[in-house]
Design a protein around this ligand. Structure first.
Ligand code: NAD
Length: 249
């Protein structure tokens, strides 16, 4: 399949996990792909790599401009860079709130702002934001992270409305617990990672974690002309966590 033949894509946070799987899938399907990441040292050809911090507007502008020049334009932006946070509203001070919102929310805004002039002149423009089930699920001890992803969901809808007449589609994916290095780091931090992983898996209707490739598949669909009539939506990639009620009522 070559759904992305001739298309040019930029993936933030594309050096690891979901972003990496997405960059690789888009490239396999025929796109030219640029990765923007804090640490792109592990990114290999044919992917292009640009070092940037999404909390730094100047670095985002410089990296997006360089990527667009090297790609010869831009059709697809995947806003995927993000960080986690745990705790209730009492557990994190303002500084931590600002740090996480700066990456997860303003990071999306900065990259979109730099990319929009280029997307506007594309014939197949699409933005896909990596959101989370945390945006709508009411997860315990995830106040800050949930608020950040709630903002990404709202931004997705607002941006979809603002840019629909310009031919730019904007959608997001809501992954459940996906088996990325991020989850690996969380498991490494507990006393019994094997038991914790088993407990995480047991909470999934499918009995297993979501794979990065499965999230990448959903992102690729929303980024491709195959979803040409779809904008302002959130696609769950959560193994049924939000949609299914497995216990009898
Ligand atoms: P990951 O930690 O494996 O990868 C995140 C990537 O983002 C890394 O390469 C990192 O260097 C980059 N990054 C972080 N901060 C950055 C910054 N300031 N500037 C540029 N790059 C930066 O994580 P992942 O699990 O692949 O998560 C990717 C996205 O998926 C995030 O937005 C996360 O919120 C979302 N998500 C993940 C899960 C999950 O269970 N893994 C579930 C729902 C949503």
């Amino acid at each position: 399949m070559s759904d992305f033949e001739g298309l040019r894509a930029l993936v933030t946070g594309g050096a690891s996990g979901i972003g990496r799987a997405t960059a690789e899938l888009l490239a396999e399907r025929g796109a030219q792909v640029a990765v923007l990441d804090l640490d792109p040292s592990s990114v290999e050809k044919p992917l292009l790599a640009y070092r940037a911090d999404v909390t730094d507007d100047a670095s985002v502008r410089t990296a997006v401009a360089a990527a667009v020049t090297d790609l010869g334009g831009l059709d697809v932006l995947v806003n995927n860079a993000g960080i986690g946070a745990q705790g209730t509203v009492e557990d994190n001070e303002d500084e931590e709130w600002r740090r996480v919102l700066d990456v997860n929310v303003l990071g999306v805004v900065r990259t979109a702002r730099a990319a929009l002039p280029h997307l506007r002149v594309s014939a197949h423009a699409a933005i896909v934001n990596t959101c989370s089930i945390a945006a709508t699920a009411g997860l315990p001890r995830r106040a800050l992270y949930s608020a950040s992803k709630g903002a990404v969901l709202s931004l997705t809808l607002a941006m979809a409305a603002d840019h629909v007449r310009e031919g730019i589609r904007v959608n997001c994916v809501n992954p459940g617990t996906a088996d990325t290095p991020w989850i690996g780091r969380l498991l490494d931090a507990v006393d019994d990672p094997v038991a914790e992983r088993a407990a995480l898996e047991a909470r999934q209707p499918t009995g297993r974690l979501v794979t990065p490739a499965e999230v990448a598949g959903a992102i690729a669909y929303l980024a491709s002309p195959l979803s040409g009539a779809t904008t302002g939506t959130a696609l769950a990639v959560d193994g049924g966590v939000q949609g299914l009620r497995l216990r009898p009522v």
